[in-house]
Design a protein around this ligand. Structure first.
Ligand SMILES: Cc1ncc(C[n+]2csc(CCOP(=O)(O)OP(=O)(O)O)c2C)c(N)n1
Ligand SMILES: [Mg+2]
Length: 551
């Protein structure tokens, strides 16, 4: 056996922790690490631009449980910062590897290319968007550092950063004796008290509701939450960020909750609840429907990896997994199920008259809804691509992805590349606005390079529709593109441009049958939008537009 090096150990450890692909763009500081990556046998997917590297690795992490991005020093790493910030904000287990200068360069304090201010600039900037970071300046400590950072990424589901000097990566590594870290434990008394209090409020409640949020998915806790919902007959809502966390066809599922941005029946049912169980919840302004939610804290239980609270009481050192499994076994009487709000109705097939109609956001999502299978994964970008999807009923669990809290445009096309690497047998549908497509749509070149077969819907409403509903001006205009020509540019795939319901129906059917990458440009009237976007525009407009601002 050859002596392990920093590079070989790094990728062995990454593989042992479950990643099978690494996303990246090389540069001279990172090339030696790329060589070790190649020798490791892990899959390598190189993209066109670092923001996309981060989104692709993030998309992979959300589906596969661990994603890795490898870039070069500063020009690569700093270019990727926004995508890593997104992964931090939305809790995605993403490991950032960056090539870097040698410890001897640091000693000489040379003005090396790519250096910004000090040798530590990139690492320090990354401190803000990672849960653990390190520079592997010493092969003696490198193994322990690699394990520390990767273990933290997986434990906290937040990004981590490892900078790898171009020469240290080739050096022999000293592998320490692995000591098993004791697993964290709940404080037994606090856990018992919380279970007793939770059981009491659920037993007393007329209308308990679970909000199943994204931490359940990230920490593999959805089965525990679902088991307790089924055991006690408690209805479940998801959020935009956790959409499809449980199957949207489950009999207890009532819809996506997002304050007044949600369907009115779902909003009423959740806000009228006398016992709201927010499990793994991120209480963001999107969750609260841009602060239109009317949630009574007195009737709310919050259980997350960071916070445990019932009403006005907090419980320290109680683990979410322990809470969910113990609550499932608590003495709680099964509820009689009341009539529940129906999540989005099953869409009606098009009639001949419908087929002649021009497209709108509503009709677009109706026709998408008619074409979903349990093996369709949907990736949505920011804008009406996301808000319009609120009531789209997906066909199986965990098959809807978007950056619904951080809301960075440009997420969907590259994230879909990560999803397709993780789930090669699923057909991925990407829904993206024309503005967001102008940011990262070029990444379809990467999909073509790896023979991936997404169906990409570019919703062409002639500009920044979302912004127009908040505060309009010439800054919301974009250059009009001929979106279908992208397949000519990348010399791969098929494309369609559609402006009636019938044309969209036909194009989708042709795209599903086509064994290649497909782009469908969907013409949406400039002023049309989903009811959710209209409500969001009204709420944000009242805050951002001084003409509409209250008081
Ligand atoms: C990276 C980034 N830049 C700017 C914004 C602000 N922003 C939010 S929505 C939006 C317009 C999106 O336009 P488009 O993709 O065409 O979708 P539409 O709103 O028209 O549905 C902008 C500029 C953002 N969210 N992310
Ligand atoms: Mg648009």
């Amino acid at each position: 056996m050859s002596t392990p090096t920093v590079g070989s150990f790094l990728f062995d450890y990454i593989r042992a922790k479950g990643a099978a692909h690494v996303f990246g763009i090389p540069g001279d500081f990172a090339l030696p690490t790329f060589r070790w990556l190649q020798q490791s046998g892990l899959g390598i997917i190189t993209l066109t631009h670092e923001p996309s590297v981060g989104f692709a690795a993030d998309g992979y992490a959300r589906v596969h449980g661990f994603g890795v991005a490898l870039v070069t020093y500063c020009v690569g790493g700093l270019n990727m910062l926004n995508s890593v910030a997104c992964a931090y904000a939305e809790k995605s287990p993403l490991l950032v590897l960056s090539g870097g200068p040698s410890p001897s360069d640091r000693k000489a304090d040379a003005l090396l290319h790519h250096k910004v201010r000090t040798f530590d600039t990139q690492r320090r900037i990354y401190e803000e968007v990672t849960c653990a970071n390190t520079v592997l300046s010493d092969p003696e400590t490198a193994a322990a550092e690699i394990m520390r950072v990767i273990d933290a990424v997986l434990e906290h589901c937040r990004p981590g950063y490892i900078e790898i000097p171009y020469d240290v990566v080739d050096m022999p590594i000293k592998i320490p004796i692995m000591l098993n870290k004791p697993a964290p434990e709940s404080d037994a008394e606090n856990l018992a008290a919380m279970i007793e209090d939770a059981a009491a409020i659920i037993n007393a409640a007329q209308q308990p509701v679970i909000i199943a949020d994204v931490e359940l998915h990230r920490h593999n806790l959805t089965p525990l939450a679902l088991a307790l919902a089924e055991r006690f007959n408690i209805p479940i809502a998801s959020t935009l960020l956790s959409k499809s966390v449980i199957s949207e066809n489950h009999p207890l599922f009532i819809g996506v909750y997002s304050g007044s941005l949600s369907n009115a029946d779902v909003q009423r049912y959740v806000e009228d609840s006398d016992c709201l169980l927010m499990l793994g919840a991120f209480i963001t302004d999107v969750f609260l429907g841009m602060n239109t939610a009317k949630i009574n804290r007195k009737h709310t239980l919050i259980a997350t990896t960071e916070k445990m609270r019932i009403g006005y009481r907090s419980y320290d050192n109680v683990l979410l997994a322990d809470f969910l499994s113990r609550l499932g076994a608590a003495p709680i009487t099964k509820k009689a199920l009341p009539s529940l709000p129906a999540p989005a109705a099953t869409p009606q097939p098009l009639t001949d008259a419908d087929r002649m109609q021009p497209l709108s956001i509503e009709q677009f999502f109706r026709i998408i809804g008619l074409n979903l299978t349990p093996h369709t994964t949907i990736v949505c970008d920011t804008g009406d691509a996301l808000l319009g999807a609120m009531d789209l009923r997906t066909a199986s669990a965990a098959n809807f992805l978007s950056d619904a809290y951080y809301l960075s445009m440009g997420f969907a096309v590259p994230a879909a590349i990560g999803v397709m690497a993780a789930e090669p047998t699923d057909r991925v549908m990407v829904i993206v606005g024309d503005g967001a497509f102008q940011m990262t749509g070029i990444e379809l070149s990467t999909a073509a390079k790896y023979d991936m077969k997404p169906i990409v819907f570019v919703l062409n409403n002639d500009g920044y529709g979302t912004q127009r509903h908040i505060l309009d001006g010439p800054f919301n205009e974009i250059q009009r593109w001929d979106y279908t020509r992208i397949t000519t540019l990348i010399r791969h795939g098929k494309s369609w441009k559609v402006d009636t319901c019938g044309q969209l129906e036909q194009a989708i059917s042709d795209a599903i049958a086509a064994d290649t990458l497909c782009v469908i440009e969907v013409i949406i009237p400039r002023n049309d939008c989903s009811p959710s976007l209209r409500r969001m525009g009204e709420e944000l407009g009242k805050l951002r537009d001084k003409e509409k601002r209250r008081g």
